[in-house]
Write a protein that binds this ligand. Sequence first.
Ligand code: C2E
Ligand code: CA
Ligand code: CA
Length: 284
Amino acid sequence: ELNYGANNVDADPIRWADHSIREAQRQQIKLEGDLRHAVSEKALVLFYQPVIDLISGEMAGAEALLRWPLPDGQAPIGPDKFIPLAEQLGLMDELGGQGFEDACLQLRRWQELPGNAAFWVSVNVAPTQLRNPSLADRFIAITQATGVAPACIKLEITENALDVDLSEINTVIDELVAAGFSLALDDFGTGYSSLGRLINMPFTLFKVDKAFVWQIPDGRGAGVVASLSHLSHQLKFDALGEGVETAAQEAYLRDLNYRYAQGYYYAKPMSAADFTAWAGWPID
Ligand code: C2E
Ligand code: CA
Ligand code: CA
């Protein structure tokens, strides 16, 4: 038997490994508790990233993206981390509903500014939300309470969310479309859905994933960006290039008749107040 002195714990590799596993578990449990608390306190906020209409060169709308504000000095936890955790903890329905309501309230304020009536916001909808049979009723009630038209809200559904038995989510999707929401296929090209399924779904916008856009103009992904443009035109969907960071990427998308572009080239996601200032709108 190993026999180390009490003050020599760190020298024992077995005890040390055990200690670091327990430390990781402790941190995970704390993170889960913090997230539950943040959701129940409605502490998460939306940032907004502009979407540019490549025909007019003007901003047409914005994507709402969740952020978790943490005390100064604490490392930020991005949505790539807390969204999957919220799904796993069964919090996503609540968090997604809060985000949707916040986005509607903000959209209403922005649309009231002169000349802004057609401005739209897109909201990400997580796969678990689509499996809630009352999702459409809840979203419709929120738009009525906040006074926004569903036609000014795009719901972004990632391609991976469709990697399920579609009969589970088809009714909800049909109800959302019947209510006037438009649907965008997010991260297009990264999932495993067959085109045969995708082209039969009621999308009006394809958001082509940044992994392909970043390969413009010379990488193989540029060919994907080109062929998805042809596909979307055949299907009469609009196409949007995500993650645009350079003028060359924008020019390529414009040449291929992409309707919209979004990315750091124009602006990073911003708080609502910063977005209003960036847009040059009168501060409300
Ligand atoms: P997404 O829906 O694909 O959102 C776009 C992500 O790309 C955002 O990251 C945005 O900040 C980032 N991005 C945009 N332009 C550029 C660019 O030019 N360069 C680079 N490097 N990145 C760019 P973010 O905000 O960290 O969100 C990550 C993901 O988390 C989102 O990917 C989405 O899947 C998820 N997410 C965020 N907010 C929500 C939400 O409210 N609900 C749900 N269900 N998911 C959300
Ligand atoms: Ca998105
Ligand atoms: Ca995306």
